[in-house]
Design a protein around this ligand. Sequence first.
Ligand code: TXA
Ligand code: MG
Length: 336
Amino acid sequence: MNTEVLIYSPESIQKAAEILKAGGIVGMPTETVYGLAANALDENAVRDIFVAKGRPQDNPLIVHISSIDMLPKLVREIPDVALRLAQRFWGGPLTMIFPKADIIPAVTSGGLDTVAVRMPASEAARDIINACGFPIAAPSANLSGSPSPTTAQHVFRDMDGRIPLIIDDGACSCGVESTVICFRDGRIHILRPGGVTAEMLSEFAEVEIDKAVSAKPAENEKVLSPGMKYKHYSPKADVFIVDEHGDAFLRYCNANINGNTVAMGIGVTEQDIFIDYGATPELQAQRLFALLRKADDDGADTVYVEMPSREGVGLAVYNRLLRAAGFRVVKNDKAE
Ligand code: TXA
Ligand code: MG
């Protein structure tokens, strides 16, 4: 199959809608990361997403809508707080879990009785959904296990020959996937941190953060969000989080060069092995996946990343990095 990349325009959206209406898959831009889109209500189309990505069948997909009016048909119940959150944060990087209606096929929900729904901020994504008239299931458009794509070129690298069309709307403004939440006893439970932060959500209800966000789940432990149990966001290089800052970070990296080594620092001067991954959590979120992919393209053996702040969207950066690093956090030897 030949994979076409077309710039976002009324014509390319029309072409995407034709493919999707015929049961096909399209690479779709969103403000978080690029997605692999298919008709969420079409079992066969959704099954093809899992094949294109090489994704485990029990990992459910997020259903994307273009207006709040599309929600009631997809779910059995909408808590008051969910409606208030939708009014405040949709379109935007917030995914909410609801009891699913029968119209959602089991393949879409990974066999669960719940469904994850979000309304993207991206105009391109909403144009695609509007042109189709049905909700769109879309996981991140990377091969399962590799870093999520934040440009159309990243999608092309992973999906060339697997899908007919990618809509190119430039680099994603958020850069990490949406915040995923469910509701428990009136509290907002964060399953995956993202662009809508715990601080922002806490204005609406008490917020708790799932322990799988920052901890390695034990073998066979039941996790609320199936995506959290898979090895994720991993480049081919060996990634380590370095829990040091400033000069101590530079010292650790220089003392531990191992093969072709890249060191991603917070606001560092770019020289030798060092590259800057951004002085703020927002910039780090935008750049993280692209830099991990670039490290692979440059043939890096080892990647050191300075510990992010964990404040605001920094928690999402930390959560993705922990998984890219296989939970390996290192420090300078105290004897030094
Ligand atoms: O920003 C995003 O959310 C992007 C863009 C394309 O919209 N999509 C995305 O999808 O990140 P994906 O499939 O890569 O991640 C979906 C996450 C997974 O961790 C999955 O386990 C979780 O959401 N999830 C989906 N449905 C769920 C459900 N019913 N219950 C619990 N977790 C669910
Ligand atoms: Mg993903």
